[in-house]
Design a protein around this ligand. Sequence first.
Ligand code: AHG
Ligand code: MN
Ligand code: MN
Length: 338
Amino acid sequence: MKPISLTRFLIQEQQAGHINADLRLLIEVVARACKTIATAVGKGALGGVLGDAGTGNVQGEAQKKLDVLSNEILLEANEWGGHLAGLASEEMDHAHPIPNSYPKGNYLLLFDPLDGSSNIDVNISVGTIFSVLHCPDGVSEPHDEHFLQAGTAQVCAGYTTYGPSTMLVLTLGRGTHAFTLDREQGSFMLTRQDLCIPEDTQEFAINLSNQRHWEAPMQHYVADLLAGKTGPRGKDFNLRWVASMVADVHRILTRGGIFIYPIDAKCRDKGGRLRLMYEANPMAFIVEQAGGAASTGRQRLLDVTPNGLHQRIPVFLGSKNEVAAAERYHLQANANPG
Ligand code: AHG
Ligand code: MN
Ligand code: MN
């Protein structure tokens, strides 16, 4: 049977009373922007989009041309439709309220316009991550503080992976669903409904070069994974690290695994490596809705009360039982300090 399009899926969700017209429009607009980004990514060197932009973002990171371009595409697509009160991005210092010259809606949109920037120039998968929140009642010009809502408040989250095929993975809080871009038709088609992450795994994703900077419980946990069958875990583990969170999480949604970016001595002052509001929270929502788990190592990620738009956080997510195992090492260390 021919798969249904994202448009039809969203109309059905609206007809069932699960979403309103504004949220449907919002997702359609984000999906359309992602198609534009996919086209730019796909052109590579021919589109003149590779390389550095020569600028930096608020987090002190050098921006790539595609970081800046993807941010502009998402901003321009979403500004005028009337579905948003404001938006915020990795590439913008502060939240951007919708200008008074445009109609306004009641949603807030956060995004990492281009995730995995270090992979752009080497033709490895990159992605876009987004999260949708309600604008607090009575606020017509949302600023940074109005975006600081716990991950449990998300009404929708998704990502697009620009890989061998372009896929949009989406949750509206009732399961996680995957859509594949039909390049001839120009439509995202529903190719996997209700993704389900296996509870157990023998695969982990981590940047192992940071090992010497990790805290003691992380050292202990990964040493036990690497010890394999004859170690305390009693099974061999495989290691995979794309260095694009979107691609690593997509693999885990497809065949299980655990993705970890722990706190380490290099990023301790910042609180971690990955950003809570537009990387960790949307991915945690997507993963939980697929039956997986997401944690800071010490608590459920979605329960964290944010304190800054660009706040960073340690991330453990994926197969439920493995996330619980990683948490046990941290909780035991808390219980027996020193
Ligand atoms: P971004 O390109 O949006 O800044 O995010 C990159 C993130 C994430 O995608 C990835 O998991 C991680 O950084 C890679 O970190 P390492 O460079 O330490 O491998
Ligand atoms: Mn990112
Ligand atoms: Mn990014």
